[in-house]
Ligand binder design. Structure first.
Ligand SMILES: [Fe+2]
Ligand SMILES: [Fe+2]
Length: 358
């Protein structure tokens, strides 16, 4: 949790959504000509089956609030601790930002390519992500924190990523998004008394959208096998670690959220790694050994450096700046050691598609 920013007004929420740091969700642009040139014909059968699923739109009626929704929020939120309130609002803003990040990226690609396969896919994914973002934004509005999404689109900084980086990063964020939502949903199925906000009831069908988005990027990568071998595996390894480590640090800096859901942040994150790793074997011939003690210790060291960096930043002045430098070096060294930690290797399966069976 970022203690330097209070969330009281829509402007506070917009400032948090706009914030650019290593840990906050970003907005992306990419090379549209390269996207236009993608050839899905090697996987025509799988691709067309997937587009037909999008066309069927099984979540068309899902993202509507029930009449009782707002009353339920009012009743439940009256019992929240201030820490839970702040962590949950932070969670909503960062989730909104990443949903909307997908929406903006997919929509820009869709508008700038002629390739009918890519256009169709991007149109469907824009549809889904805009539903997701708007649904979360309604929950922010309950707290008077609704974010002006068009203003965010205009003012937030964009990061340029080559298409292959978009594929690695977006594939992983879609699949990890699925794993996060389904883990929470399953936990609350077992412990309905812990459901402190109605939005969690929407997570099961919601995360099936994210799962399918991930499947689309899996097909795009499998249609270009060079992205999944040789030196490119160094990039795969980098993105796996960056996505996992970012999630670990973020979740541990807002521990009240997991606690309110009756889970320990470490156990929750390792469950999410397990699911994401199992799924990602459909595309990546390597996976991180997240269960090994050395890897787990490395993640805790990264968290340690991140917390120390926050404290140094809060302290300010010359000493604060020096301490921040030390923390940055410590974090970079720890990240490098994690990056060099031995990975597991496996063959890619002949059947690419995976079912959302968790
Ligand atoms: Fe989404
Ligand atoms: Fe998605």
């Amino acid at each position: 949790m970022d203690h330097t920013l209070d969330l009281n007004t829509p402007d506070d929420a917009a400032a948090l959504a706009k914030r650019s740091s290593l840990l906050t969700p970003r907005f992306y642009t990419t090379d549209h000509a390269a996207m236009d040139a993608l050839d899905m014909s090697p996987l025509r059968r799988e691709w067309d089956a997937m587009l037909a699923e999008y066309e069927g739109d099984n979540n068309q009626d899902h993202f509507q609030r029930t009449p009782e929704f707002a009353a339920e929020v009012a009743a439940l939120s009256a019992q929240w601790s201030p820490q839970l309130r702040r962590d949950f609002q932070d969670f909503l803003v960062s989730s909104l930002t990443s949903e909307y990040s997908g929406c903006v990226l997919y929509n820009e690609i869709q508008k700038n390519v002629q390739n009918p396969d890519i256009r169709a896919l991007m149109r469907y994914m824009t549809r889904d992500e805009s539903r997701h973002a708007n649904f979360i934004n309604q929950s922010l509005k309950d707290f008077g924190l609704g974010v002006d999404l068009l203003a965010l689109k205009r003012t937030k900084a964009y990061t340029y990523f080559k298409p292959k980086y978009i594929f690695y990063a977006t594939y992983l964020s879609e699949k990890i998004g699925y794993a996060r939502y389904i883990t929470i949903f399953r936990q609350l199925e077992k412990h309905p008394e812990l459901r402190f906000h109605p939005i969690f009831r929407w997570f099961e069908r919601w995360c099936n959208d994210e799962f399918r988005h991930g499947e689309s990027f899996a097909l795009i990568m499998r249609a270009q096998p060079h992205l999944l071998r040789g030196a490119n595996l160094l990039w795969v390894r980098f993105f796996l670690l960056a996505v996992y480590a970012t999630m670990y640090v973020r979740d541990h800096t807002r521990p009240w959220l997991c606690e309110a859901l009756g889970m320990d942040a470490t156990a929750y994150d390792h469950r999410v790694f397990e699911i994401t790793t199992a799924i990602s074997k459909q595309v990546f011939p390597i996976s991180l050994d997240t269960a090994s003690p050395g890897f787990r210790t490395g993640l805790d060291r990264l968290l340690h450096w991140s917390l120390k960096a926050d404290a140094a930043k809060a302290r300010g002045g010359v000493i604060g700046k020096l301490q921040q430098g030390v923390c940055a070096a410590g974090a970079a060294w720890t990240f490098l050691k994690l990056y060099l930690h031995p990975v597991q290797r496996h063959e890619l399966p002949a059947e690419i598609r995976v079912a959302p069976a968790w």
